[in-house]
Write a protein that binds this ligand. Structure first.
Ligand SMILES: Cc1cc2nc3c(=O)[nH]c(=O)nc-3n(C[C@H](O)[C@H](O)[C@H](O)COP(=O)(O)O)c2cc1C
Length: 218
């Protein structure tokens, strides 16, 4: 497959939740992860790890837990029930439920892991700086992974619902206690087409010098 341009990839990398079961070749996964590890991380610690889940029983475990908490979120009202969703947002939630129900059928579920501690700030008595930096040290890699996947024709979605069953998942997959799973990323060749993404204009969210000074062309 010929390379696509960077901006084409950025503008067309949307969440792909309807995926074929066809396997993703090892060299494609290697290329995707290599793009991930070229991302920046705090102090260049590169304190990350990417677990590739392919075994059927592990994927079923993830599907069962993910679906259980998805339904729990619906029950609590944090995820709206289908009947309450305005028509223009229904496709998103239909796709999200489809992914939850069929998570075990995708060829690969990638777990993007980061450290639970950031030594540079350990003595600074500012826990928020640690949490923020840990997450800021993995999500650039995740975005590189999503972009590289898209460039290679692989669909993916960043999800975080696993935080409700993270400990069980870590134990099952022997993920060490000093790592957290920051992203659960189902991947596979998509049924549908990539992009375009739907976002508001940059000018609405750009503040020139002071918050609230918006409206200029970006
Ligand atoms: C932090 C984060 C958590 C997300 N969690 C989920 C999730 O649990 N399930 C899901 O289907 N999509 C999840 N998504 C995907 C978003 O719903 C999606 O990126 C957003 O609706 C924009 O749609 P697009 O990616 O198709 O352009 C998550 C995205 C982010 C950035």
């Amino acid at each position: 497959m010929s390379d696509i341009g960077l901006f084409e990839a950025i503008y067309s990398t949307r969440s792909m939740r309807r995926l074929k079961p066809d396997p993703i070749p090892r060299e494609v996964l290697d290329q995707i992860i290599t793009a991930g590890v070229h991302a920046p991380s705090g102090s260049n610690f590169q304190n990350w790890g990417f677990v590739i889940v392919e075994a059927a029983d592990d994927k079923r475990f993830i599907r069962d837990q993910y679906l259980k908490y998805y339904r729990e979120m619906e029950r609590l009202g944090s995820i709206p029930r289908m009947a309450d969703i305005p028509p223009d947002r229904r496709r998103l939630f239909e796709a999200a439920i489809h992914l939850a129900e069929h998570m075990d059928e995708v060829p690969v579920i990638m777990l993007a892991c980061t450290g639970t501690d950031f030594p540079t700030y350990a003595d600074a008595n500012n826990p928020r700086s640690i949490t923020a930096t840990l997450h800021a040290s993995i999500y650039p890699a995740v975005q590189n992974i999503l972009l590289a996947a898209r460039a290679l024709g692989v669909g993916a979605t960043l999800t975080t619902l696993h935080y409700f069953f993270e400990e069980e998942l870590k134990q099952r997959l022997h993920i060490p206690t000093d790592k957290e799973i920051a992203g659960l990323i189902p991947m596979g060749y998509p049924h549908g087409r990539f992009g375009p993404t739907t976002r508001g204009p940059a000018s609405d969210v750009t503040h020139w010098g002071r918050w609230g000074e918006v409206g200029q062309e970006v």
